[in-house]
Design a protein around this ligand. Sequence first.
Ligand SMILES: [Zn+2]
Length: 349
Amino acid sequence: MTVMQKKTQVRLDRSSRLGKRSTLKLLWSSLLILSLLVLSACGQNSESTAKIVEGKVNVVTTFYPVYAFTAAIGGEDANVINLLPTGVEPHDWTPKSQDIVNTSKAQLFLYNGAGLEGWVPNFLKSLNNDTKVKAVAVSEGVKLLTAEGDDGHGHGEEHSDDHADESSNEQQAADHHIDPHTWVSPKSAMIMAENIKKSLVEVDPAHKDGYEQRYNELRTKLEALDQRFTNELSSVPNKEIVVSHQAFGYLARDYGLMQHAIMGLSPDAEPTGQDIVKLAKLVKDEGIKYIFFEELVSDKLAKTLASEAGVQTMVLNPVEGLTQEQVNNKDDYFTLMQKNLQNLLIALQ
Ligand SMILES: [Zn+2]
């Protein structure tokens, strides 16, 4: 029985209490068509209405990159449910009650950690007491960056691991201004993918071989992407990038770039007029040719700075979620990161 049929079955069971079973039989096919129409009409938010599947390992993920890697490694052995709907930016999203219901029934809950999902501690407390769900911050093990100061213009200094033994990455994120954007660098994405694979094997050891095999395929793709970033960015003459929100710290660290952000770690941390003037001066002094912006957040500030400094804007995608258009185009982590590399090569010539 497919998920959709099961859903229809539930609906029919519910309505059978209201009407006679004999007449209901005649309505089977029309109800099925009707419910399919309803389902496709609200396809925009299909991820958040995804259902637990019995007989499979059910994994709830918070946002796109964790979902994409988990779906790739999980393959046919795992049912992966993503909480964040298409076109939604993760920094100010919070879960709904249905998300708590689904996660309580799942075997695994995978989130980024490093402070991205501030709602996670309370969310985990609100799950059913008898839930057996295992919660894992998949960025664990990535060497984290701090963004110093509240002005949002931190230059991504490496966070010193002074209390690595007694506290997790999560605790460190709460204590400091930790940059949560680990997935934007293929190097840290590899660590995340490995954590995801280990978690799947742990909750579902019967399908270990499949998880290992699909993880190796994903790992090979991430290594190729990492090689391309390393090779192609090593030869560009300019290394300074100006971005709208401070999401490229790990990318900058791992590939020898210097990030200047108009906004802070979260896209709603707005700059002052003085910040814009300072950045415009930097853009002119350094001969920077493009200001980067992203699709899920307003490009107003990037446009303001670009016109102030007399330069162009271009997209650099932090891959925090897909737009509906990107879903339709079958874009994924790899196609978006390839486009990022192409745009970086143009901007840094
Ligand atoms: Zn972000």
